[in-house]
Design a protein around this ligand. Structure first.
Ligand code: PLP
Length: 390
């Protein structure tokens, strides 16, 4: 009955865990949810106020399909200010979240017969974005001891004339890894050799803790085939407002806009006004959130590495850690990350996401977008439950 296209999509594992946590909460269990992919802070007040004013001012109608001119100008200002990237209005598209932008770009560029390189561990949505177009996701290994930078020999082996695209996501979900400029440049060079598109998913670009973020498109002269994706979601704690954007080649932007106009019509009008305030207004909340996340990262990495058998590298960005628990797999009932994640949930009501969903069964993703108190408690519970396994 259903189309082949739908059969190629797997449900989001991260959203599934969030639902499980909600079910337990409804049942009265005191759950600590470290599976979330969104800041635990409220949207800053200036942005909320801008949204309220937008409603009162009547900004409640359809906007142009690819977003309002004023928001595109705000994006241009932001990209120039924070990322040293310079674009024209025709090179910007506003979408209903970064996810929507990435989905549309895959639809606009990829089709059956194409291959698209995805670095593993990967964000759960990338393989589905690609396979739903009929193209084939090709997974390339990364090095956990080097911020999950690509294993270049593996990349060189897998990149061919069929490679139509390469998706970079630094800082990464699920690993938090932030690649060096050298690694990004090497990928860009290899992409250029086979004339492939490079997607740079930069939705965590404001969340780097050890050095300022360098946007991919600033590293090369020829940016004809580099598309930059950013979002208001993580930077401004605006996940529910659904505003993301793409910057790059105007022909692709136009094609994505066409697709968008025949699917979602336009991004939410009220959110677009609020996003202008987010991108061009007071940025002090971004600095504030970053400093809190950094403290939490240091805490959680320290705690995890003190647990016998757990290995956790220090990620340079985002709000995730991706420790290796393989020392606990094998005998007994815990065969891999799905079993261990379920064990944490059932024994201690700590919600995590199994690495399996991200293509890495040795690991479990913990989000530290949670209160300090929850993090302390969760680490105690994880430590306790692992002792019970020894
Ligand atoms: N890219 C990555 C790597 C993400 O983790 C997410 C959200 O979790 C997104 C893109 C999309 O976020 P949004 O659609 O809220 O902008």
């Amino acid at each position: 009955m259903l189309s082949d296209r739908i059969g190629r999509i797997t449900p989001s594992a991260t959203l599934a865990m969030t639902e499980k946590a909600a079910d337990l909460r409804t049942a009265g269990v005191d759950v600590i949810n470290l599976s979330v992919g969104e800041p635990d802070f409220p949207t800053p007040e200036n942005i909320r106020l801008a949204g309220k004013e937008a409603i009162d001012n009547g900004d409640t109608r359809y906007t142009p399909g690819g977003g309002t001119l004023n928001l595109k100008k705000a994006v241009i200002e932001k990209l120039s200010r924070d990322n040293n990237l310079h674009f024209d209005v025709s090179e910007i598209l506003i979408s209903s979240g970064g996810k929507h932008s990435l989905y549309n770009a895959c639809q606009a560029l990829f089709q059956s017969g194409d291959e698209v390189i995805i670095f593993s561990p990967y964000w759960v949505s990338f393989p589905d974005f690609v396979s739903v177009t009929g193209a084939k996701p090709v997974f390339v290994k990364t090095d956990s001891s080097l911020q999950y930078e690509p294993v270049m020999d593996d990349l060189k082996e897998k990149i061919t004339s069929r490679t139509k695209g390469i998706i970079i996501n630094s800082p990464s979900n699920p690993t938090g890894g932030v690649w060096s400029n050298k690694a990004v440049l090497e990928v860009l060079k290899l992409a250029e050799e086979v004339d492939a598109w490079v997607f740079s998913d930069e939705c965590y670009e404001q969340l780097t803790y050890d050095r300022p973020y360098i946007s991919t498109a600033t590293l090369v002269k020829n940016t004809e085939k580099v598309l930059t994706f950013q979002s208001c979601s993580k930077t401004y704690a605006m996940t529910g407002w659904r505003i993301g954007y793409t910057a790059g080649n105007d022909r692709v932007i136009k094609a994505m806009g066409k697709l968008q106009s025949q699917s979602t019509s336009c991004p939410n009008s009220i959110s677009q006004v609020a996003a202008i305030e987010a991108l061009t207004g007071d940025q002090s909340n971004v600095t504030f959130m970053r400093s809190i996340f950094k403290k939490r990262r240091d805490y959680i990495v320290g705690r995890l590495n003190k647990i016998e058998g757990v290995k956790c590298s220090t990620p340079g960005g985002a709000f995730y850690v991706f420790p290796d628990f393989s020392a606990y797999f094998g005998g007994g009932n815990i065969k891999g990350s799905d079993d261990l994640s379920l064990y944490f949930l059932e024994q201690k009501a700590v919600v995590t996401v199994a690495g399996n969903a991200f293509g890495s069964d040795n690991n479990i993703r913990f989000s530290y977008a949670a209160s300090e108190n929850d993090l302390y408690k969760a680490m105690d519970l994880v430590e306790e439950s692992l002792k019970e396994l020894l």
